[in-house]
Design a protein around this ligand. Structure first.
Ligand SMILES: [Fe+2]
Length: 183
């Protein structure tokens, strides 16, 4: 695992299976190699382009928060539901770490030096490009399913328990930024 990815994602250590941990890290490595963004940019650029110019929360803060929410939710579901609805924690954590890895290929730098969605990202949103990167690194299908189904495209397929958790963790950490009742 390269030092940049290790520093970016301390949560990789939560994946118990060494082979899955390496494949998950490798996917981030090749995405960074092919991106116009550098690892340090991820602590600066806003996590979405859909919440207006005042959004301060960075890409990495949001991504890491989703992984933390997903892990906590998975642990609670295992604690309360046990064998009735078992959650595979390694699959869950790897999928949460990889859900948005394809976004690194969605960006282009515009004339003002700002990161914007490029043509590739319009043709292939990050659930698709993320699966492509992950499969190249040997990430198993149960994890690729989480990447594929985490966003609205996934509303059209039947999600696994782990994919439901990542989907909701992602949206609960996004929708209130986009629009919320505030009285
Ligand atoms: Fe996403």
């Amino acid at each position: 695992m390269n030092g940049t990815v290790k520093k970016l994602w301390p949560e990789l250590e939560w994946i118990m299976d060494g082979s899955l941990r390496e494949k998950t890290a490798r996917t981030w490595e090749i995405a960074l190699d092919r991106s116009v963004l550098k690892a340090e940019d991820l602590d600066i650029i806003p996590f979405t382009l859909l919440c207006g110019p005042d959004l301060k929360v960075s890409f990495m803060t949001h991504k890491r928060c989703v992984v933390h929410i997903a892990r906590a939710a998975g642990e609670k579901m295992n604690e309360f539901f046990g064998d009735d609805l078992p959650v595979q924690m390694d699959v869950l954590i790897s999928g949460a770490i990889l859900a948005d890895v394809g976004k690194l290929l969605e960006y282009e730098i515009d004339h003002d030096g700002k990161a914007v969605q490029g043509k590739y990202g319009q043709y292939l949103r990050h659930p698709f490009s993320g699966v492509s990167l992950a499969e190249e690194c040997g990430v198993p299908s149960e994890v690729c399913h989480i990447i594929a189904a985490h966003a609205h495209e996934g509303d059209l397929v039947k999600r696994t328990t782990e994919a439901y958790i990542v989907h909701h963790a992602d949206f609960m950490a996004f929708l209130p930024f986009k629009s919320r009742l505030s009285v």
